[in-house]
Design a protein around this ligand. Structure first.
Ligand SMILES: [Zn+2]
Length: 248
């Protein structure tokens, strides 16, 4: 169980208020058991990198949505980029503190079969969005001892992975296992799941994004055993580092 529950109703109110104050537009693309599924967008004038961030896919991973809320409040989402933010993709998972949604479905295995109302609505919204220059999917891992990430970079663009790892290292340990989540690490804390058979049928969001929205995607994973505040600080630092490295 999370060390601090995240109430999806309270969170959505807080996030909405912070996002509107920061100049974002809110779009509810669906609802599940009365809980809105919301996306927030902020377009800057002129050509700007388009950055997509999502969190709250798993209801037992509270640090990522809190990190996005803090970044929103501190004015991080400024005019440097055009932003697309989905802060809480699985509100009913947070009601119960479960990885899965209220119906027991792991939404992050549902982006090919689209069985859940949440992924159906999310993909419908995504289809109306342009390509993204960078996608960040924020997660946590109950088995990891340190931070790690997945990189999807099919066009071999300059990798941001080392910048992200160094930013995470300031706030806590980096995963040192050579096999993480059943996959061989390319370097400390870095997984590059190239043509991974596990990903062919039950797509996570990141694979959907790679196939339909753009060339560079990172899934960030903080270790759930660390204190919540430390995980939030890590997620914030890594998001900042990713955007900073992309803009360089
Ligand atoms: Zn997760």
């Amino acid at each position: 169980m999370p060390d601090q529950p995240l109430d999806p109703v309270d969170f959505s109110v807080q996030f909405s208020s912070a996002a509107l104050a920061a100049g974002f537009r809110r779009q509810d693309f669906g609802a599940v058991l009365g809980h809105p599924l919301s996306a927030y967008t902020k377009r800057s004038v002129g050509p700007r990198p388009r950055i997509y961030l999502s969190a709250g896919m798993h209801g037992d991973e509270p640090a990522p949505p809190w990190a996005l809320l803090q970044l929103m409040r501190e004015g991080f989402f400024d005019r440097r980029c055009t932003w697309f933010v989905c802060p809480l993709l699985n509100p009913t998972g947070f009601l119960h503190g479960t990885r899965e949604n209220h119906a027991g479905l792991d939404l992050n295995r549902d982006y090919k079969s689209l069985q859940s109302a949440e992924t159906q609505a999310h993909v419908r919204w995504l289809r109306q969005q342009p390509n993204f220059d960078l996608s960040l999917c924020l997660h946590e891992d109950w088995e990891a001892q340190g931070f790690y990430l997945y990189e999807l970079n099919p066009l071999n663009l300059p990798s941001l992975a080392n910048d992200l790892i160094e930013a995470a290292r300031v706030h806590g340990p980096i995963e040192i296992a050579t096999v993480i989540d059943g996959r061989e690490a390319a370097g400390p804390g870095i997984i590059r799941p190239v043509s991974d058979p596990l990903l062919r049928e039950s797509w996570p969001e990141a694979i959907y994004l790679r196939n339909h929205h753009g060339p560079l995607d990172y899934t960030l994973e903080t270790p759930s055993t660390l204190p919540l505040e430390q995980r939030i600080a890590t997620q914030r630092a890594v998001v900042r580092a990713a955007v900073g490295a992309l803009l360089q």
